[in-house]
Ligand binder design. Structure first.
Ligand code: ATP
Ligand code: MG
Length: 218
């Protein structure tokens, strides 16, 4: 084999991998979310530019009312964007019909909420994973609902440890980390708990409807 061939082949492979690795699984472009409370317009998101790479785990922090849940709901297709783009695995949610958006959400996105129980549907594996984590720990599953279908690529969590004591918080955080590291699920989690962020690759801070920075947790 000539030198040219040995150099050329890995070089092509590297270029391909490089392109793939920078393709975000989640991306928002100038994302706005306005709520209408009577005649008052409440801007919850004011031009959010946010990117998450496949397999990344990101914690979102910020004061109450800064738009964290709104961002999660719009990214997850539970709420509609008022302006801007939301790309999920290359699909622009803002250009899809309600039915198509729901379908995409069901296939690609799982939700973890603090108190809600939107879809009490768990995969068998999801049930086992949770049962293993909660076994013998006096954990109350009614306070922590995981909504997943078909092991979604993306897991969105809104303050999953919000009303748990520190021991149960740790169980939940360990479970999320395991889903991220072992199953490769991309995770975006909202939290008010600074300790929770040590379980994540990256921490993003929001304020007044925008992301104000993105620092590495390392
Ligand atoms: N359905 C709604 N109708 C009107 N205003 C809303 C609605 N939902 C949220 N808001 C407003 O939008 C802003 C952002 O709310 P959001 O729930 O996204 O904040 P948050 O960062 O998740 O806060 P918290 O930490 O308290 O959960 C707030 O001013 C809130 O009052
Ligand atoms: Mg919230």
């Amino acid at each position: 084999m000539g030198i040219a061939a040995t150099i050329q082949e890995p070089a092509e492979g590297l270029i391909f991998q490089g392109k793939k690795s920078v393709e975000p699984i989640l991306r928002t472009e100038n994302l706005w979310k306005l709520y209408h409370a009577g005649k008052v317009e409440v801007p919850a998101l004011r031009g959010v530019n946010f990117e998450v790479q496949p397999g990344e785990s990101v914690a979102v922090m910020g004061p109450s009312g800064c738009g964290k849940s709104s961002l999660l709901y719009v990214i997850g297709g539970l709420a509609q964007a008022s302006r801007g783009k939301v790309l999920v695995d290359g699909n622009d949610l803002t250009e899809l019909s309600d039915a198509a958006r729901t379908k995409l959400r069901r296939h690609k996105i799982g939700f973890v909420f603090q108190r809600f129980n939107l879809l009490p549907t768990l995969t068998a594996k999801g049930n086992i994973a949770i049962a293993q984590f909660i076994h013998g720990d006096g954990f109350d599953p009614h306070r922590f609902d995981v909504v997943t279908l078909n092991e979604p690529k993306i897991l969105l969590a809104d303050e999953p440890t919000g009303n748990l004591d520190s021991k149960n918080s740790e169980i939940v955080l360990q479970m999320l980390r395991q889903l991220n590291k072992d199953l490769g699920q991309t995770i975006v989690m909202i939290t008010h708990n600074p300790e929770a962020t040590t379980y994540f690759d990256r921490v993003v801070h929001m304020r007044d409807g925008v992301i104000v920075d993105g620092v590495s947790a390392d």
